[in-house]
Design a protein around this ligand. Structure first.
Ligand code: ATP
Ligand code: MG
Ligand code: MG
Ligand code: MG
Length: 474
């Protein structure tokens, strides 16, 4: 079956509405109820208090298509973009939720019905995992759904640490937690990779599409696991990953939305090879950058704003590599609006503002980018060994506004690494100097208390006419 991304989103919401789920709109990328979280990174974020029983709603079943960003904090897929077929910094998570209502049996049956009846995936290409000790879920898959035992894999704890597993979810060190069951799709033997749990699982042959979490226990500080009186369900399926399957392509970057964005990026940069990895990076980054701005984030030197700035700069560097002359990134907003403006009217409404902010940011970085790149190239030409010296990484950062991840991205393209320890030492040195300077009045080393109140600390200094703050995640 071939379905557009928009029609898959619609089909998912409609299916769960037909199962008495309330359709709840996507919430902002800026979590309203969780000061510890950088960005909304899953559908359950807006329901956290409902799961905890602290927020009562008129419904106990919900369904949503949630915009998510994973580009910092605990879930960071920034480094995966351009390297895997399945990761984005921005993606949409389709999810159904039970707040103390249905549990394992229905959650599994609904997922299976959606995949094999509604969108008609071939059953023999689906694999499932369960948490090692979750016999209940295992038996539902085997005996009720009829998945053959060879395609049900039990996943245990990593390195023996209790409950540290891809198949065990926890809201935090204490509180709601429980086993997961995940559904994978086999894209075929022409693609490298092995089934989950195998040594080749990191390949892109078996792609995880749906994670179903059973919130079953309440974990106490002393490690005691108590059964929750009303267990709940939280699920998430990546829209782009299911779209790839239904559009008969392997990579998320080949689906309708991305084909359009990649085409726009090629036009804006003058690139001619549509399979260029940098086009994928740019197409990915315009989505996270535009939606972050829509949700109120502005490029800045701290917290969320600095994450946004880093993503923009990374996109600009890839655009430069593709041959862009002058600002190009902001030109992709129109193509994004054409793809996603209907599902997200707030994006269409703010198009002009998003373009303006991106253009300014791009132009500002453009001033130092070329010079920084020239210095980097020179250093690369004379490099002994395979590691970029920390001092060089620091100089690029300090003088030319190259975020460390950007330099690392360049290094990685040439199979080089960066000397992170050396960079940290140069940074500490700088901080010490700034501290001494502050004795003369200016307060350069004040801890950055960012608006999101996570434990960011940082320090500020100047390069060109811009202030830079490095953020240290603690
Ligand atoms: P993976 O193991 O592939 O990194 P995950 O286990 O980190 O995925 P979950 O946290 O379980 O992902 O999120 C639920 C679903 O959201 C995934 O099964 C996948 O379909 C989708 N998803 C997660 N991260 C991304 C991403 N960076 N880009 C696109 N889709 C994603
Ligand atoms: Mg992941
Ligand atoms: Mg996973
Ligand atoms: Mg998962």
């Amino acid at each position: 079956m071939t379905m557009t991304s928009a029609s898959i989103r619609r089909a998912f919401l409609d299916f769960f509405a037909s199962k008495q789920h309330q359709i709840v709109p996507s919430s902002s990328l800026i979590p309203g109820n969780d000061a510890t979280l950088l960005f909304t990174n899953a559908g359950m974020v807006q329901f956290k208090d409902v799961f905890l029983g602290q927020d009562l709603r008129s419904y106990n079943r919900a369904v949503s298509a949630q915009r998510c960003v994973r580009a910092g904090g605990k879930h960071n897929d920034l480094e995966n973009v351009g390297y895997t077929a399945r990761h984005h910094t921005f993606f949409e998570m389709l999810g159904n939720f039970s707040f103390g209502d249905y549990f394992k049996r229905d959650a599994i049956a609904y997922a299976w019905e959606f995949l094999t009846v509604v969108v008609k995936l071939p059953k023999e290409k689906l694999w499932v995992t369960v948490y090692e000790t979750d016999d209940e879920a295992y038996d539902i898959w085997l005996k009720e759904v009829g998945v053959p035992a060879e395609r049900i894999i039990r996943i245990g704890d990593n390195k023996g640490a209790p409950y540290a597993s891809d198949n065990f979810w926890a809201m935090g060190d204490t509180g709601p937690c429980g086993p997961c069951t995940e559904i994978f799709y086999d894209h075929g033997e022409h693609i490298w990779g092995g089934p989950p749990g195998s040594p080749e699982e990191d390949g892109d042959r078996y792609i995880e599409i749906w994670n179903i979490v059973f919130m079953q226990f309440n974990r106490h500080a002393d490690g005691r696991m108590e059964n929750l009186p009303k267990p709940s369900v939280d699920t998430g399926m990546g829209l782009e990953r299911i779209a790839a399957i239904l559009q008969h392509v392997h990579s998320n970057y080949e689906i309708d939305t991305f084909v359009a964005l990649i085409k726009a990026a090629a036009e804006a940069t003058g690139a001619t090879d549509l399979s260029d990895k940098s086009l994928r990076v740019v197409a990915d980054h315009i989505r996270s950058c535009a939606f972050l701005i829509v949700d109120g984030v502005q490029p800045s030197n701290e917290g969320r704003g600095y994450v946004l700035r880093r993503i923009v700069r990374r996109a600009v560097r890839h655009g430069n590599k593709l041959g862009a002359k002058g600002a190009f990134f902001y030109k992709l907003v129109a193509a994004l609006v054409a793809q996603m403006g209907e599902a997200y009217p707030e994006l269409a409404e703010k198009q002009a503002v998003v373009e303006k902010i991106l253009k300014l940011e791009e132009e500002q970085f453009g001033k130092t980018l070329e010079r920084g790149l020239a210095i980097l190239e020179e250093a690369l030409a004379g490099l002994q060994g395979t590691e970029l010296p920390g001092e060089l990484v620091f100089k690029l950062y300090d003088t030319y506004g190259f975020p460390v991840d950007l330099t690392n991205d360049v290094a990685r393209e040439r199979n080089l690494t960066i000397d992170q320890a050396g960079f940290d030492a140069a940074m500490a040195e700088q901080r010490k100097r700034a501290q001494q300077a502050s004795n003369f009045g200016a307060d350069y080393n004040a801890a950055v208390t960012s608006s999101q109140q996570t434990t960011f600390t940082g320090y500020e200094h100047e390069f060109g006419n811009a202030q830079v703050v490095e953020i240290l995640f603690e």
